[in-house]
Design a protein around this ligand. Structure first.
Ligand code: OSB
Ligand code: MG
Length: 367
């Protein structure tokens, strides 16, 4: 196909409740969406970069600028593009994986819609429903946390993930474990700890957690290796895993025994599938992370999470956990699961009237 135009949309989506992690607190999602117009039809991709460069070095205004100034012009100048060749065309730009992923996903959506193939079929998904977990932010008090968790358990979520940081770890984890009995529980530190905390983190072993996610900074494999050797709770990497080669290396060195896969973080769904396959070959389970996506990104995540080696519930929560109204038809939890869309491409439709209503500015069109 030939890319005729790229449209960059910026939308402000109010969250139903503020989301606090060890790196900050947000009460709205500032989302960048990419629409490609091609000779075979249109496609959409959601960029997972956040408003500020605090989870990764990427941030939404930077992603928009790199697409506008580099990635978009390179694709528009390429005679024939497929989802499988986008990464190669964009490889002259170093990094910017989230921006590249958004563009590649839009092309993949256009391509698979034209072929009448769903993302699930394209990825080689082997089920129609995926088990869902929920990521619970840092609360003002343990009581407020318990209220929130109680609500999610009542909604049917199959796994709870608590955000932790120094000063908010043992006590909330103990309280939630007492509340939820043997429902699967895990924690995510988003790099908030250091080597000096290894002994302290060992205290989490008594709560029978599924895993501890990214306790140390992303470039520090050695401290993750040291922790994994010291504690019983499995160590899982998120921020550190930027492609399949890094995943294989981290697993081989004993830094991670479970991998969180986010397509945006690894540069796209094609690389996410490669991470999945590499982990499967090594006998390492994976699960699908989330970045507070709208229905556009959620549709693709749910399809990815339906692949065979996604054996743990993902942060693929229902739309209502994030937004009062979603940009697409909402994803609704049924018995703790979401259905994999079956329509062509991502299988969801963008509600363009909402895009216009919630727009932060007029769309930018590149031709
Ligand atoms: O570390 O997994 C993370 C949200 C934004 C940035 C990083 C993370 C998260 C979450 C929420 O944990 C996952 C979700 O529900 O989308
Ligand atoms: Mg994480």
């Amino acid at each position: 196909m030939r890319i005729l135009a790229l449209e960059l949309h910026r939308v402000a989506m109010p969250l139903v409740r503020p989301f606090e992690t060890s790196f900050g607190r947000q009460s709205a999602r500032d989302v960048l969406l990419v629409r490609v117009r091609t000779t075979e039809g249109d496609g959409w991709g959601e960029c997972v970069a956040m408003a500020d460069p605090v989870y990764s070095s990427e941030y939404v205004a930077g992603a928009e600028a790199v697409i506008r100034d580099y990635l978009g012009p390179a694709l528009l100048a390429t005679e024939s593009v497929t989802a499988e060749t986008v990464a190669e065309v964009l490889s002259f730009v170093v990094g910017h994986r989230m921006a590249k992923a958004a563009v590649e996903t839009a092309v993949l959506d256009a391509q698979t819609r034209a072929e009448g193939l769903s993302f699930g079929e394209y990825f080689g998904a082997d089920r129609d429903l995926v088990d869902c977990g929920v990521s619970v932010g840092i609360a003002a008090t343990v009581d407020e946390l318990l209220d929130e968790v109680d609500g999610y358990v009542a909604e049917g979520y199959r796994r709870i993930k608590l955000k932790i940081k120094p000063g908010w770890d043992i006590e909330p984890v103990r309280a939630v474990r007492e509340l939820i009995g043997d429902l699967p529980l895990q924690v995510d530190a988003n790099t908030a700890y250091t080597r000096a905390d290894i002994e302290h983190l060992g205290r989490l072993d008594e709560f029978g957690l599924l895993l501890i996610e990214q306790p140390f900074v992303e470039d520090d494999m050695l401290t993750h290796i040291a922790l994994a050797a010291e504690i019983a709770t499995p160590v899982c990497l998120d921020e550190s895993i930027v492609n399949a080669d890094v995943a294989v290396d981290a697993i081989g060195r004993g830094a991670t025994s479970i991998v969180n896969i986010k397509a945006g973080r690894v540069g796209g769904y094609l690389e996410a599938v490669r991470v999945h396959d590499a982990c499967a070959e090594l006998g390492v389970p994976v699960w699908c992370g989330g970045m507070l996506e709208t229905g556009v990104g959620r549709a693709a995540n749910v399809a990815l999470a339906a692949m065979a080696n996604f054996t743990l519930p993902g942060d693929t929560s229902g739309s209502s956990r994030y937004y009062a109204e979603d940009l697409t038809e909402p994803f609704v939890l049924v018995d703790g699961r979401l259905a994999v869309p079956t329509g062509a491409g991502s299988g969801v439709e963008v509600r363009e009237e909402l895009l216009a209503e919630w727009a932060l500015r007029a769309p930018i069109t590149l031709r």
